[in-house]
Design a protein. Structure first.
Length: 282
């Protein structure tokens, strides 16, 4: 079955919205864009991407997983084709995902989240455990972080002059001074799109995400948050996002957690070591 891409409704139709510039402000949820990656009729698996990512990052491995699950990959607020909105908090993203589940008529689903999406997934499992059949967290722990690399990435994106930009390849060259990793430069430019007039723009909500970076680095869980259902943490063996010292905190919040390591992987095991990542999920 071919992939089905479902874009969000325009938020102007939803009660309580106000527009300031290009950003919609509301205390209400936003209607999330998503990709249906196949497996209709099977138990649902909902995938939540990381910071500056989108549902497109999960297309390949999502189709692999569709042999056993009905796989949906969501675009979280301010990412992908989903609305630009404030506030940019884990609580707001939690509410968006619950509203999406309600809209799809999904009472309970397996939830898998990577990095920032893993923090949303952990919060969802702890605060709304009746909606989560199983939790999978990919290369993130329930703790606060400080990400110098993200600060360099955001600086590079904010410095990029779009008016005279000719291609994504040119953007990658302009990023070199701040972002030494070729793969990261290429990843950042996946957020550049052209409008109908051919001008480049950021599909992400760059100003709001830049301001929200400290909130995204913070632990999404309170000390008393706990989920007693089945949980897998998948760590990249070459990544320092989940360290041995984090295991106690993981099990304090998730007593049934299994912690598995994909030896050859960095922070993105679903893209870097796809076969090994799928084996870790088996």
């Amino acid at each position: 079955m071919p992939e089905r891409r479902v874009r969000r409704r325009k938020p102007a139709a939803e009660k309580g919205w106000q527009r300031r510039g290009r950003v919609w402000h509301s205390r209400c949820v936003v209607s999330l864009s998503f990709r249906d990656l196949g497996g209709a009729g099977l138990p649902p698996l909902v995938v939540l991407h990381g910071l500056l990512g989108s549902s497109r990052n999960w297309q390949t491995v999502g189709r692999d997983l569709a042999a056993q699950r009905h796989v949906f990959a969501l675009d979280l607020r301010n990412h992908g084709a989903s609305p630009h909105a404030e506030p940019m908090t884990y609580e707001a993203m939690l509410d968006d995902v619950v509203a999406w589940l309600d809209g799809q008529g999904i009472a309970t689903a397996e939830i898998m989240g990577h990095s920032m999406g893993g923090k949303v997934a952990m919060l969802l499992a702890c605060r709304r455990p009746e909606r989560v059949a199983r939790l999978t967290v990919v290369d993130i722990a329930p703790k606060g972080y400080f990400w110098p690399g993200h600060r360099q990435s955001f600086a590079a994106m904010n410095e990029l002059v779009l008016a005279d930009l000719r291609s994504r390849a040119e953007a990658e060259l302009r990023f070199e001074a701040r972002v030494p990793s070729w793969s990261l430069r290429k990843f950042l430019t996946t957020n550049l799109e052209r409008n109908d007039a051919g001008a480049w723009y950021w599909q992400i909500n760059l100003p709001v995400l830049t301001a929200a970076l400290p909130a995204m680095e913070a632990n999404s869980l309170a000390p008393t948050d706990r989920y007693d259902g089945p949980v897998r943490f998948i760590a990249g063996g070459k990544s320092n996002y989940i360290e041995a010292g984090d295991h106690a905190a993981i099990r304090a919040h998730f007593p049934r957690a299994e912690i598995r390591t994909v030896d050859g992987a960095g922070h993105n095991p679903h893209m870097e070591t796809r076969a090994e990542f799928l084996a870790a999920l088996a």
